[in-house]
Structures are given as C-alpha cells and as structure tokens.
Write a protein that binds this ligand. Structure first.
Ligand SMILES: [Zn+2]
Ligand SMILES: [Zn+2]
Length: 269
C-alpha cells in the first residue's frame, strides 16, 4: 500500500508525494520550499520522512522549490541527466541521482523508473514509483503527446496522476495568440482532456484503482470539464476506482493507493 499526496497542481506549481513503510518521496517541487512545507503540514505529510525529491523537468512550476528543500532536508534529487545540467548551479551541494530509461533507482521502499516525454524542456520524463507489494504510482504531466515509451512506462499501475491540461474548444476560444495556442496544443506542449481520456482508456486494466487529473489550465479548463470528458471514457473501459481532480491552491485529502483486487479482498475478509 502506498499513500499519495497531491499538494497542488497547475501552471503555478506542482508537487505530489508518495509514502510507504514510513518513508516518502516528493514528486516535483514546483512551489517555494516554504509553501511546500505549509502544504505538507496541511495534508499530514511529514517532510522529515522524505528520502528524495524526483523531478520531471526543470520548469519552475515543477522544480523551483527543489534546491532549497533538498538542502534543508539533506536528501538527493532524482532527475534525468539533461535536467540536472540545467539545475546543477542552483542545487549547490545537493546530491544527484540520475533517472531515465533503463536506470531503475532503488530508494528505501521505492523503485523509481522514468522515461522521456515529449515537452519543451531539456530532458523531461514521466516517473513511476513501485513498491515490493506490487503497488505502482505514475506521474505524467507536461507531455505534448503520449509516446510509445510513455505508454509502456505507465502500464499496470495502481494509481496514475495524469495531465488533463485544457479543453480543446476552450483553448481555441481562449484569446491566447495563435503561437501560444500552438505551443500548448503541440507535441512539445500539454495533454488535452480528450487526449488524457483516450490515454486512460488505453492504459486501463483491472488493477487501476486511482486516477488523478492534474495540471489543469486555469484559463482553458475546469475540474467539471475535465471530469466530464474523462469519466465516461474511463467508465466505458471498465474503471471502478476513484477519479480525483487536483487543485492549484489546496492539497487533496491523502489518497490511500490500494489495488482494486487488494481492496476487494479486504472487503471480503
Ligand atoms: Zn508544468
Ligand atoms: Zn513544463
């Protein structure tokens, strides 16, 4: 069993964490260190248990709090090599652990896997955390399109935090200049609600228990719109778990990540 904390998500900051066996791993640190401490406190996550900070890419809304937090907590930072090259100066004495294709990292109870994503950053990745009981949590935000590598990495997960950035019609009528619209909708940009729904339907399997929609655009999306597009597609695929929508300003209540089969067994007992 893992616990999933979604401390906040959106273009103004992203931070999640997983916890198992008394240890935790931060997934992105895109608020100030002080704000992450405040949110962790509110969500009941003890930062003293954090064993590392894994970052998907160097954009400020995913990484701005990492240097200070890594130094303060005395923990390593897990990133792809190209991401570290961009962040190393700011990181000072913090230790780096490279993640990426074919590099599975063991940190306490966590096995950390990653693969490249299509996004306009130096070396962006999607990240999957697995524990020895078979539970798997995935984080895929800021991806212009889901590549074969992403689909492969995100298979057989118990919980998935996936970007549902924009509604395609709202983006077209948003008033953003065409060049910005192209950047958001393009292969180096962000996943739409429709694309997230299609990917989730494809990734669905009987063990998928939790889906969290994340990185919603404030201007071109709403929690209701994201849910209205994704929920029917998940239901059609056979999903019987829980669907959450991450919020920018406040953490979600802690999510217990229990496999569907494991949960049913618990009920039967
Ligand atoms: Zn972002
Ligand atoms: Zn980004």
């Amino acid at each position: 069993m893992m616990r999933l904390y979604v401390l906040g998500s959106g273009s103004r900051g992203n931070c999640c964490a997983v916890e198992a066996e008394g240890m935790a791993l931060l997934l992105d640190a895109g608020f100030s260190a002080r704000e992450i401490e405040r949110r962790a406190d509110a969500a009941g996550l003890e930062l003293a248990r954090v064993a590392g900070i894994a970052l998907t890419h160097e954009h400020a809304d995913h990484a701005c709090g990492a240097p200070r937090l890594a130094r303060r907590l005395g923990v390593p930072v897990l990133t792809a090599t190209g991401t570290w090259a961009r962040l190393a100066d700011a990181m000072g004495t913090a230790a780096h652990v490279p993640i990426g294709l074919r590099v599975a990292v063991e940190l306490g109870p966590f096995r950390v896997e990653a693969c490249p994503t299509s996004h306009d950053a130096a070396d962006p990745v999607a990240i999957v955390i697995r524990t020895s009981d078979g539970t798997g949590v995935g984080l895929a935000c800021d991806l212009g399109r889901p590549t074969a590598a992403v689909r492969y990495l995100l298979r057989n997960l118990t919980a998935l935090v996936l970007e549902a950035n924009h509604d395609e019609v709202q983006l077209r009528t948003s008033g953003y200049p065409p060049v910005v619209q192209h950047r958001i909708a393009g292969s180096g940009g962000h996943l739409s609600n429709r694309a997230a729904a299609d990917l989730l339907a494809e990734l669905h399997h009987p063990g998928l228990a939790v889906v969290v929609l994340a990185h919603l655009s404030q201007r071109c999306n709403s929690a209701d719109d994201a849910r209205a597009t994704v929920a029917p597609a998940l239901r059609r695929a056979g999903f019987v778990g829980t669907l959450h929508v991450a919020r920018q300003d406040v953490p979600l209540p802690v999510i217990e990540v229990v496999g569907v089969r494991e949960g049913q067994l618990g009920l039967a007992l």
